[in-house]
Design a protein around this ligand. Structure first.
Ligand code: FE2
Length: 547
């Protein structure tokens, strides 16, 4: 039995032939019409007998027995037996002109051959001198009747064992393929699950997922289309991720993705679509002969589609194995997308809370209305320009929003007092960074905002408060927010003075470089675009007027 698809595994018939050759047993190919041939060289007497018309005639008369008694000795005449092993000519060329069935059999010659009447006829028919023939024969290779029976039995066992071995090798081979496939699938699922970090941009994860999944499933192209009706995905810059070598495929997929979501309707299970034109999605039939569509849903809500077309190996079609694999991948992706939406919700709620908190702080003093938001804005701009990464920029913004949260613990009369503060009043105001840090201490998600809150009144020369830190000992968030804070204090009206013109404010910032402020940050700060800040300050002034 040939072993499917694996050239390295020797077919059982080949293995059996090899072992019989080592035992000096000759194989013959025999045909139902009497044709026969020795496989390999064989001995002289074997070629003489097998090529004779007597052998052909015996073969025809014993054919029925030969086909029914597989792996058992069939005597053609005294001293000549065949052990049928398997159908077909094996590795030999087969019997010339044989149109009927062929069998490969072991040829066993016995000591009775020389005296048999059939051997006489073989010699006559082939015009061979019998005496000369007998002297040419290798009589030591001739078997007794008992030896013939035992050897035939051993050959039969060997053939059955070889068959069994072939089946097992086949099973092992199939199992290895299945294991290799499962390993790839599991590695992919593991890799995807470890990359599903919701506070990282989803685009890069989805693109990576597309690339890996297309390779493992073996598709010509694969895409993830996010549902356009889901508002949580609105901020994602690319609603579809495509992995394909063809730019035309990508163009069509980009255009027809939302239409495909409509065409899939309420399906929740992976579907193999063979009638692609029947789906009625324009352009789809041009880039896909068959399609595998996996809806990505959670709690009955369609979040998007995972879909791909045509196996790269053209000999294979999309199968239930692909469908099951995509179902597993789809479940993981659905959970990830749901978590992305939850994270977005949580982030926007957190941001809303922070804005509400900053508004509450600023409301204590009508003169400082909008101060926290403006400080947050300038801190973010400064952090960006100073080269901080996206996450740090976002955190410094949040820290700026709550930098004065400790003012909640300072009496309103002190905060809004027109004119100069007494020494005691100033000491009360100076407590607000530490009060603020204590307020945030209990909130794990705000741990990294504390340095900006606690140290925004430190001074580069060490003359600030609360800890009198100097230079780079002042945490970066503190130095950034401190500069933005002082800039806004000078640029807006206060109870005790009017706002300074911008040019003067910037001169003052430069003058204080290396004294109050980090000189490197000052250099970046004076080059910032103050347009957004001025817009915000005028918005806050309008709000104050209309209040
Ligand atoms: Fe402050």
């Amino acid at each position: 039995m040939p072993v499917k698809g694996h050239p390295d595994i020797q077919a059982p018939s080949g293995r059996l032939c090899q072992r019989l050759a080592e035992l000096d047993v000759t194989l013959v190919t025999v045909c139902a019409d009497g044709g026969a041939g020795v496989q390999g060289r064989g001995r002289w007497e074997e070629r003489l007998v097998v090529g004779s018309p007597v052998f052909a005639s015996s073969l025809r008369s014993k054919w029925g027995e030969l086909t029914q008694r597989s792996r058992q000795a069939v005597s053609l005449w005294p001293g000549l037996s065949l052990v049928p092993l398997y159908p077909g000519p094996g590795r030999s060329a087969g019997v010339h002109g044989c149109e009927a069935g062929e069998i490969t059999a072991a040829l066993l010659l016995g000591t009775e051959l020389a005296e048999s009447e059939q051997f006489h006829r073989v010699c006559d028919a082939t015009e061979t001198d019998r005496r000369a023939a007998l002297s040419k024969m290798d009589v030591r290779a001739l078997l007794s009747v008992e030896e013939t029976q035992r050897l035939a039995q051993m050959i039969g066992w060997m053939a059955r064992d070889t068959d069994d071995l072939g089946w097992r090798l086949n099973e092992l081979h199939d199992l290895s393929w299945e294991l290799a496939g499962s390993y790839e699938e599991l590695s992919l699922l593991y890799k995807l699950s470890t990359s599903m970090v919701v506070d990282h941009p989803p685009q890069s994860f989805l693109e990576e997922a597309c690339r890996e999944m297309r390779e493992v499933v073996g598709l010509r192209w694969l895409a993830i289309q996010l549902s356009p009706s889901e508002p949580g995905f609105a901020d994602l810059s690319v609603p579809v991720c495509i992995e394909s070598n063809s730019s035309y495929d990508k163009l069509v997929i980009r255009q027809m993705g939302p239409r495909l979501i409509e065409a899939i309707g309420g399906r929740t299970e992976p579907t193999i679509v063979d009638d692609v034109p029947g789906m009625g999605v324009p352009g789809l039939a041009q880039i896909a002969e068959s399609l595998l569509v996996t809806p990505l849903h959670f709690d009955g809500k369609l979040l998007g589609l995972l879909y791909g077309a045509d196996k790269i190996d053209s000999g294979l079609g999309l199968s239930t194995v692909d469908s099951k694999l995509c179902a597993s991948l789809g479940s993981s992706l659905s959970i990830y997308l749901k978590n992305v939406l939850l994270y977005e919700d949580m982030q926007s709620m957190f941001l809303g809370t922070m804005h509400a908190l900053s508004t509450t702080i600023d409301a204590k003093d009508s003169y400082t209305q909008g101060h926290s938001e403006r400080v947050a804005l300038m801190s973010r701009q400064l952090a960006e320009a100073a080269g901080l990464d996206d996450q740090a920029v976002q955190r410094v913004y949040l820290s700026g929003l709550v930098h004065d949260v400790g003012k909640i613990g300072v009496p309103e009369a002190v905060l809004t007092k027109p004119g100069k503060l007494t020494k005691e009043e100033y000491e009360l105001v100076k407590m607000h960074p530490e009060i603020g840090a204590r307020i945030l201490e209990g909130i794990r998600q705000m741990d990294d905002l504390i340095p900006g809150v606690l140290h925004h009144h430190e001074s580069w020369d060490g003359k600030g408060y609360p800890h009198g830190l100097a230079g780079h000992d002042i945490p970066l968030f503190g130095r950034i927010i401190g500069l933005a804070d002082a800039y806004d204090a000078m640029s807006s009206d206060r109870t005790y003075r009017r706002a300074m013109p911008m040019a003067e404010v910037l001169d003052e910032v430069r003058r204080c470089s290396g004294k109050q402020f980090d000189p490197d940050l000052v250099e970046v700060f004076v080059g910032l675009d103050f347009g957004p800040y001025l817009e915000m300050i005028s918005k806050h002034q309008n709000l104050k007027r209309s209040a």
